[in-house]
Design a protein around this ligand. Structure first.
Ligand code: PLP
Length: 385
């Protein structure tokens, strides 16, 4: 046990120790932690839907007598855990993204891990942005394929690797997030499409933080750029903007059939419950205009905030990079005391020396609330020491 105690102590000393917070309640844009009500600037509930009781009660009233109003699927999808509504949801997504097929995974983590680890094997290779999410990195580690991690959003570095390595392997894929989760910056998807064509690779884009926030019909950045048809594999999660649970992989029929047969995280896990599928369908089919309206509110908010606080971000995620882990922690505590629930993000979640506050904007937040927050950040004089 002593080795674990030592390692935990090391984490505490480097301000990287993680613990579960005493969260009492979330109410739209607010959160109550340790009896204190704060503006929630740390949630991925970008459209403020997850605690909307009007929507939840309307959903319950409408669907409580539905055969699929069930809290457990009691099985993996390939055994008895499937039904018409799962297929319907996949069809809704393949239509929305104009893709041949879609597959539900239980979480975005399982989706990325399953896709990346199963599609490529010995003799293949994967080119992955260095700041891609941990689920993609986990997939890389589990895959039998060789992988190369290019410098974040650095397409010269990616092309150099492609020139040197691509021809040595059979199949290849380039993987990037669209909106990066810790910086809020956006990949140059047009450039990625150009490189994938030039070097004969597939292209996978994780739209986890972009789905619901970008695109005329909420599909994400690739759709906003009219590039949906050029992306071979798109992954999205349903636990962020869409205030539900699960994830979707979109691609052609062959890739989806391959995943059904080979992706362990799909095959060997009890599928999310039917009630969750009904809820996602309800939001997408019956509340789509409301979601789009919330998206417009969020979009105009984050554009104004980018003027107030210019950073690498082009999205709803605003990084306030403090660099030093201890100072970041102190600033987060100071702001929480002032009524803003911001959390410090430290290594290993972000690279060493880039500790930051990750400010996550949601649609019901007012611009003047963010103005006041940045005044407080300026007033935190201890940061200068
Ligand atoms: N991909 C990205 C870019 C993410 O930020 C996350 C979660 O934070 C995931 C995937 C995983 O999604 P989920 O929370 O549904 O497991």
């Amino acid at each position: 046990m002593q080795n674990y105690i030592n390692k935990l102590n090391e984490l505490k000393e480097s301000s990287s120790y993680r613990s579960i917070k005493n969260i009492e309640k979330r109410i739209s844009k607010y959160i109550i932690v340790d009896d204190k009500k704060m503006l929630n600037l740390s949630s991925n509930d970008y459209l403020n839907v997850s605690t909307d009781k009007d929507l939840i009660f309307e959903f319950i009233d409408k669907y409580k007598n539905n055969d699929e109003f069930l809290f457990s699927s009691a099985s993996a999808r390939l055994l008895t855990g499937s039904s018409k509504s799962y297929i319907d949801l996949e069809n809704i997504f393949s239509e929305l993204f104009n893709k041949e097929a879609a597959l539900i995974f239980n979480t975005g983590y399982q989706c990325n891990q399953g896709v990346v680890s199963s599609l490529f094997s010995k003799g293949d290779c994967i080119f992955s942005d260095k700041l891609n999410h941990a689920s993609i990195v986990s997939g890389l580690k589990l895959s039998q394929a060789e992988h190369f991690r290019y410098k974040h959003n650095d397409y010269d570095n990616l092309e150099k690797l492609l020139k040197e390595k691509r021809a040595l392997y059979k199949n290849a894929i380039i993987i990037s997030e669209s909106v990066f989760s810790m910086d809020g910056d956006i990949a140059d998807i047009k450039k990625l499409v150009e490189l994938k064509k030039k070097y004969n690779c597939l292209l996978m884009i994780d739209e986890a933080h972009a789905f619901g926030v970008f695109g005329q019909n909420l599909q994400g950045v690739s759709s906003e750029l009219n590039l949906l048809n050029e992306i071979d594999i798109i992954t999205i999660t349903l636990g962020k903007s869409i205030a539900s649970m699960g994830a979707i992989c979109l691609s052609n029929r062959t890739i989806i059939d391959y995943l059904i047969n080979k992706a362990s995280s799909f095959i060997f896990s009890t599928v999310i419950p039917p009630i969750n599928i009904l809820w996602t369908k309800y939001l997408l089919q019956e509340k789509f205009d409301y979601l789009k309206n919330q998206k417009e509110k969020l979009s105009s908010l984050f554009k104004k905030v980018h003027n107030l606080y210019p950073s690498v971000s082009s999205s709803q995620i605003i990084p306030v990079v403090i660099k030093d882990a201890k100072k970041t922690k102190e600033l987060a505590a100071y702001l929480q005391n002032k009524g803003y629930y911001v959390l410090p993000i430290n290594p290993p979640t972000v690279p060493v020396g880039t500790s930051r506050l990750r400010i996550s904007l949601t649609s019901n937040i007012e611009y003047n609330e963010i103005e006041k927050l940045f005044t407080e950040i300026k007033n935190a004089t201890f940061l200068a020491k």
